[in-house]
Design a protein. Structure first.
Length: 52
């Protein structure tokens, strides 16, 4: 997931939750975004290992 995708996701979350500020959404989703990015990074590393 690219940073721009995370921004879009934050905006979508804000539209659902009614938050006026993306900063509040980012604060609440900080840990979740990190976990998603970690999982994606590990999956990519495992995929690269299989290809070599």
């Amino acid at each position: 997931m690219q940073p721009v995708d995370l921004l879009k996701l934050d905006a979508q979350i804000a539209s659902i939750t009614g938050h006026k500020s993306l900063e509040m959404v980012k604060e609440y989703s900080k840990g979740t975004s990190r976990k998603v990015l970690e999982k994606q990074a590990v999956a990519k590393l495992e995929q690269n290992k299989k290809q070599t």
